[in-house]
Ligand binder design. Structure first.
Ligand SMILES: C[S@@+](CC[C@H](N)C(=O)[O-])C[C@H]1O[C@@H](n2cnc3c(N)ncnc32)[C@H](O)[C@@H]1O
Length: 226
């Protein structure tokens, strides 16, 4: 899988690439993340943004450098999917993340300032994705969030292949609680069943806890099941 992140601050992407699960996935060649600097596609003036037509605050990223950057990727990866990260986009959840084929080459375009010229979206973008109903100052962080959520689903990516089974949102439930050593902290003990070695009972307990936790914290997920 190739992920191209088209953005103003590639340093953010480079930092993201250099830690934990993501850096291991890159080392194992399970994914390649390319940061693409929009400024490399600016005209001689070096400007990538301009004032909005109609007035108003802030600046807008111009269409031409974005179009040039994205077309240079599409020339080499013609079946790639171009996504603009935007608060106006489709709100992502784990189901949508899991529906993305893991052999897709993705172009994730990150805006800044007031956003990007609409004509770039109309000409080049296949879909707009939002990571939630709030406004970030730039799309780089959103592109990292989306990339992380997808990459950890690639087989071979996590140290233990079981780690992404029965996670929160699978079967519309939150995950059961976890405990590790020591057995007691400030008078609070690990539930006996987890020390019993009885795997069937542990499974039952975890399922029950997952249901009651979801009822308590995320009734909306339970409604989906009814
Ligand atoms: C300050 S925001 C622009 C917000 C825009 N003026 C609006 O009100 O919809 C700058 C950039 O951050 C990114 N961004 C902000 N919030 C986001 C979100 N919830 N999901 C994905 N990207 C987001 C987008 O790429 C956007 O172009």
């Amino acid at each position: 899988m190739n992920i191209f992140i088209v953005c103003v601050f590639p340093e953010i992407i480079e930092a993201f690439k250099s830690h934990g699960v993501i850096s291991r996935a890159i080392e194992k060649s399970l994914v390649t993340i390319h940061s693409v600097n929009i400024r490399d596609y600016s005209d001689k003036s070096g400007h990538i943004d301009d004032k909005p037509y109609g007035g108003g605050p802030g600046m807008v990223i111009r269409a031409e450098p974005l179009i040039k950057a994205v077309r240079s990727i599409k020339d080499k990866y013609p079946s790639s999917k171009c996504i603009y990260l935007s608060p106006k986009g489709k709100k992502l959840d784990q189901k949508i993340i899991k529906s993305i084929p893991l052999d897709t080459d993705l172009i994730l375009v990150s805006g800044r300032y007031e956003g990007v010229d609409q004509r770039f979206i109309d000409l080049e973008v296949d879909e707009e994705w939002s990571i939630g109903d709030y406004v970030l100052s730039g799309g780089e962080v959103a592109a990292c969030v989306v990339s992380d959520a997808i990459i950890r689903l690639i087989p071979g990516c996590l140290g233990d292949p079981e780690s992404n089974k029965d996670e929160s949102f699978d079967n519309d439930l939150l995950e059961y609680p976890h405990y590790t050593r020591p057995e007691t902290i400030d008078g609070m003990s690990v539930p006996d069943v987890l020390l019993s070695g009885n795997h069937q009972e542990i499974k039952k307990w975890r399922q029950k806890e997952a249901v009651s936790l979801t009822e308590k914290k995320r009734k909306d997920l339970m409604k989906k099941k009814l």
